[in-house]
Design a protein around this ligand. Structure first.
Ligand code: PLP
Ligand code: COI
Length: 365
């Protein structure tokens, strides 16, 4: 299929969409990742036909052969981004081209075919247009889009599959955190690592999340909200959370985040924050930061704030940090000024309430 024929996503309307009154009820307090829309987008790939049959159709369970290779060898990648309802009634996606590029790079790492970026973006546009009534309008609400791809060949041999299925789900969401925005507590895992040099840390593949769950469960058991991972080689350098990047703010205004060494997911929120901060003349460092320095700097007052960031979590302040034999508070333990300012700037831009000098908003109208 020629790539620019992608505009031709065949639309097959859901014959039994959720009734408007029920939809309105579900949109009141949707939480995260539980309320799904009426449709989904799909594209097939095979080694003989390439990308074919792009469609938007009723969201429905999949019928899969139990020998489908994704079920055995986890050849799966995904993305996450949001569509927003703007004050003028329009709809915008935030930096979908960046997700398209990262999806291709994840595909390369998992030996999967690379979906052309235009097809990726058009699959989002087609689905969001079909399910626009599902975008929550309240502050903090959005339509979370989950593009993903699985190896669908029926074969138990260990090799890159010869068939794949790309899909997009849309989920009406409110705040990621139950109980709304507040400073979270982190557990530093000294037992488990997320990614090793040469591994898949920079790819957004389901396997990375599967292996993070035991560490996250450990964090919860110890009374913390989230786990933070250290590097696999020296077990010193702070990398990221299970589903968010991390930033540090120093008393001289410097902003630091771990460099992209190949073991960290190159977050689009991370990149947006770095770009906004640099444009404002803030000092920004992409440098390693050791957990013992984090602890000492928090105690001395040199480190004044820390926050996590990602599409789902947006910008989330970090209040407390603990490890096996230590615990410390960041700043006052509440949301710091810089964290709040970055959150406000980013959300204003995403909702077209601030200028968009980088052309990050992708309007659907
Ligand atoms: N790190 C991990 C492991 C993630 O899962 C995510 C979420 O997608 C992020 C960082 C932040 O990435 P982004 O800002 O592109 O959502
Ligand atoms: C996202 O922010 O899009 C993610 O994929 C993170 C996940 C924890 C929901």
């Amino acid at each position: 299929m020629p790539t620019d024929a992608a505009a031709a996503f065949r639309f097959e309307a859901n014959p039994a969409p959720v009734a408007a009154a029920l939809r309105a009820e579900r949109l009141i307090d949707p939480g995260f990742g539980r309320v799904f829309t009426d449709h989904m987008a799909t594209i097939h790939w095979s080694d003989t036909q390439g990308w074919h049959d792009p469609r938007v159709h009723a969201r429905a369970p999949l019928t899969m052969d139990p020998a489908s290779s994704v079920l055995h060898y986890a050849q799966e990648i995904f993305e996450g981004l949001k569509a927003y309802r703007l004050d003028d009634g329009g709809i915008a996606l935030f930096r979908p081209e960046a997700n398209a590029a990262r999806f291709r790079s994840s595909a390369r790492r998992l030996a999967m075919p690379e979906l052309p970026e235009s097809l990726f973006v058009q699959s989002l546009e087609a689905l969001v247009k079909a399910d626009a009534d599902w975008i929550p309008t309240q502050d903090g609400g959005s339509l979370y889009l989950r593009p993903f791809m699985i190896a669908s060949e029926i074969f138990l041999g260990v090799k890159p599959a010869a068939e794949y299925l790309y899909m997009v789900l849309a989920s009406s969401v409110g705040a990621y955190w139950k109980g709304g925005a507040r400073a979270i507590s982190l557990w530093v895992s000294h037992d488990y690592t997320r990614a090793a040099p040469g591994g898949t840390g920079a790819a957004k593949c389901g396997g990375n999340y599967a292996t993070s769950l035991v560490a996250q469960a450990d964090a919860i058991r110890r009374g913390c909200d989230q786990v933070v991972f250290l590097d696999a080689a020296e077990r010193r350098w702070i990398e990221e959370l299970g589903g968010m990047n991390i930033f540090f703010v120093f008393d001289d205004g410097t902003l630091r985040t771990p460099a992209l060494t190949g073991t960290i997911l190159p977050g689009i929120t991370r990149d947006s924050i770095l770009t906004l901060a640099r444009a404002q003349g803030l000092r920004v460092e992409e440098e390693p930061y050791a957990v013992e320095d984090w602890r000492a700097d928090a105690a001395s007052g040199r480190l004044v704030e820390s926050f996590a960031c990602g599409t789902a979590a947006v910008v989330t302040p970090i209040g407390q940090v603990s490890g096996p034999d230590y615990a410390f508070t960041i700043g006052t333990g509440a949301t710091g000024q810089t964290t709040q300012r970055i959150l406000d700037q980013l959300t204003a831009l995403q909702r077209a309430r601030a200028p968009d000098p980088h052309g990050w908003l992708h309007r659907l109208d």
